[in-house]
Design a protein around this ligand. Structure first.
Ligand code: UGA
Length: 450
C-alpha cells in the first residue's frame, strides 16, 4: 500500500515573481498556502487579486485560487510561520552594490526570522538562487537559533518570466537538495501532484542543488554569447549569423534554443548570476574554472554599443538631434521587467550621444520611466515612430514583429530600421523601401536570399 504523508500546509516568504508564482501555483495544485512579504502594498494588491507585475496567465490563476480560499496573503511573519510545515523562501538575491557578488541580506533575514519562530518539525526550503555553500551556512544558522529538528533543504527554481505558470506547473525537472530522508519525504509530499504526473526529480546534496541552478543559467548565458561572438566574426567577414545559427541548429547536439543572435541577455537573473558565480568561484580558489564567464558577460555587453554603431551607419556619425524610435524596453517580450534590460541600455546610450529618443513598450513603459525618467515615452507604436529618423527593434514583442512596414513607413521621417533581435521579415522591409540593419548580418542581407 502506498502511504503518502498528509498534504503539508505551506508558507511562501517573499512575493516577487518567484514567490507569487510559487504561492499561486501551489494553491492551484490543492495546497493551503499563506504567503508573507514585508511590503504591505504588494500584499494588499495580491490579496485583492491584483498582480504587482505583468506575467501572462498568473493574474487569472491568482483570482481563481483566491476564490478557493486556499491562498491567503499577510505581512504578519508570526502568523505565517505558525501556519506552515513547509516554508519556501523566495526572496531576491540581487547583485551587491559595488561588487559582482550576490547580496544575501534578504535570504539571511528570512532564514533568521524563520529560525526564531519555527516549529521543531518544520522544513525550510530555499528556492532563491544563491552562491554554492549558502545552504550549508544557513543550516548552521538555523541549528543555532532554532535548535535541532528544523531542517533546511534547497529546491532551486527554473521558471522563466513570461512562462512562469507553465514552467512551475510543468517543470522539466525538480531538484531537491536535502540532508535527510525525512526532508526528501516532505518535499515529495509538497510536490506530489507534479511527481504523480511523471516530472523527473533529482535528489542531491545541498551544494549540488545550489550549483544546478547557477550552472544552468551560466550555460544558457554562454550559449547566447557564443552565437553573439559568432555575430562579431560575421560582421568582420560579411557572413550572416542568422543563417549560421539556423544551420547549426539542425545538429541535435547543439539545438536551436537560446541560439538567437541579437542584443543578448538581460533581466534579473542571467547577468547577475554569472557575475555572482565568478565572485563565488574566486572565494573558493577556483576562479580559473569559470573565468570564461567574464568573456560571456563582455560579449553580451558589446552588442549594445554595436547597436549604436548600426544607428550611426544609417543616420551618420553625429547623433545629436537624430530622432530615434526605441521599440521595446523590457529585457524580453511578455514581461514588464526592465532590470538590466539591453533595450533600455541602448536607448540610454543613444540619449547620451545626443539623440532624441522616444521609447515605447507595450507593458514596461512605467518601469522604464522609473529607471530612466530623462527619456521620452510614447503611448503607442504609431506615436513612437512618428517622424523618426531611425527605428530600432529592441525587444521582440509580437506587436512589433507583426507591424506592417508600409503602414509604419508612412509615419516615419526616414525608412531606416535597426533590427536588434533579428526578428523582422527583412524581405518585406526592403520591399517597402526600408534601409535595414541587423547585428551580425551584412547590410545587403535579405535582398537575394530571404
Ligand atoms: C532565466 C532562465 O531561462 C530560467 O530558467 C531561470 O529560472 C531564470 O533565468 C531565473 O534564474 O530565475 P529569464 O531571466 O526569465 O529566465 O529569461 P530568459 O528567457 O532566460 O531570457 C534571458 C535573456 O536572454 C533575455 O534578455 C532574452 O532576450 C535573451 N535571449 C534568450 C537571447 O538573447 N537569445 C536567445 O536565444 C534566448
Amino acid at each position: 500500500m502506498n502511504h503518502r504523508p498528509p498534504a503539508p500546509r505551506m508558507t511562501v516568504i517573499g512575493t516577487g515573481y518567484l514567490g507569487a508564482t510559487q504561492a499561486v501555483c501551489m494553491a492551484h495544485l490543492g495546497f493551503e498556502v499563506l504567503a508573507v512579504d514585508v511590503d504591505p502594498a504588494k500584499i494588499d494588491a495580491l490579496a485583492s487579486g491584483r498582480l504587482p507585475f505583468y506575467e501572462p496567465g498568473l493574474d487569472t490563476l491568482l483570482g481563481d485560487t483566491l476564490a478557493t480560499g486556499r491562498l491567503r496573503f499577510t505581512t504578519d511573519f508570526d502568523e505565517a510561520v505558525a501556519f506552515g510545515e513547509v516554508h519556501f523562501v523566495c526572496v531576491g538575491t540581487p547583485q551587491s552594490a559595488g561588487s559582482d557578488a550576490a547580496d544575501l541580506r534578504y535570504v539571511d533575514a528570512a532564514f533568521t526570522e524563520l529560525a526564531r519562530r519555527v516549529a521543531c518539525d518544520a522544513l525550510i526550503v530555499g528556492k532563491s538562487t544563491v552562491p554554492v555553500g549558502t545552504a550549508q551556512r544557513l543550516t548552521a544558522l538555523v541549528a543555532e537559533v532554532a535548535g535541532p529538528g528544523v531542517e533546511v533543504a534547497w529546491n532551486p527554481e527554473f521558471l522563466r518570466e513570461g512562462f512562469a505558470v507553465a514552467d512551475t506547473l510543468h517543470p522539466d525537472r525538480l531538484v531537491f537538495g536535502v540532508q535527510s530522508a525525512r526532508a526528501e519525504g516532505m518535499l515529495r509530499a509538497a510536490y506530489a501532484p507534479l511527481l504523480d504526473e511523471g516530472v523527473p526529480v533529482i535528489v542531491a546534496d545541498l551544494a549540488t542543488a545550489e550549483l544546478v541552478k547557477v550552472a544552468a543559467n551560466s550555460f544558457l548565458a554562454t550559449k547566447i554569447s557564443f552565437i553573439n561572438a559568432m555575430a562579431e566574426v560575421c560582421e568582420a567577414t560579411g557572413a550572416d549569423v542568422s543563417l549560421l545559427a539556423s544551420a547549426l541548429s539542425y545538429d541535435d547536439r547543439i539545438g536551436g534554443r537560446f541560439l538567437k543572435p541579437g542584443l543578448g541577455f538581460g533581466g534579473g537573473c542571467l547577468p547577475k548570476d554569472i557575475r555572482a558565480f565568478r565572485a563565488r568561484a574566486e572565494e573558493l580558489g577556483v576562479s580559473a574554472a569559470v573565468s570564461f564567464l567574464h568573456e560571456v558577460d563582455q560579449i553580451n555587453l558589446r552588442r549594445r554599443s554595436r547597436t549604436v554603431d548600426l544607428v550611426r551607419e544609417l543616420a551618420g556619425p553625429d547623433l545629436r538631434g537624430v530622432r530615434v524610435a526605441a521599440l521595446g524596453a523590457a529585457f524580453k517580450p511578455d514581461s514588464d521587467d526592465v532590470r538590466d534590460a539591453p533595450a533600455l541600455d541602448v536607448a540610454r546610450l543613444l540619449y547620451l550621444e545626443g539623440a532624441s529618443v522616444v521609447v515605447y513598450d507595450p507593458k514596461a513603459n512605467a518601469n522604464a520611466h522609473r529607471a530612466y525618467p530623462d527619456l521620452d515615452y510614447a503611448a503607442s507604436l504609431a506615436e513612437a515612430v512618428n517622424e523618426a529618423d531611425v527605428v530600432l527593434l529592441l525587444t521582440e514583442w509580437a506587436e512589433f514583429v507583426s507591424a506592417d512596414p508600409d503602414d509604419m513607413g508612412v509615419l516615419v521621417a526616414h525608412r531606416r530600421i535597426v533590427d536588434g533581435r533579428s526578428a523582422l521579415d527583412v524581405a518585406r522591409y526592403r520591399a517597402a523601401g526600408w534601409e535595414y540593419r541587423a547585428l551580425g548580418r551584412p547590410a545587403g542581407v535579405g535582398v537575394a536570399r530571404s
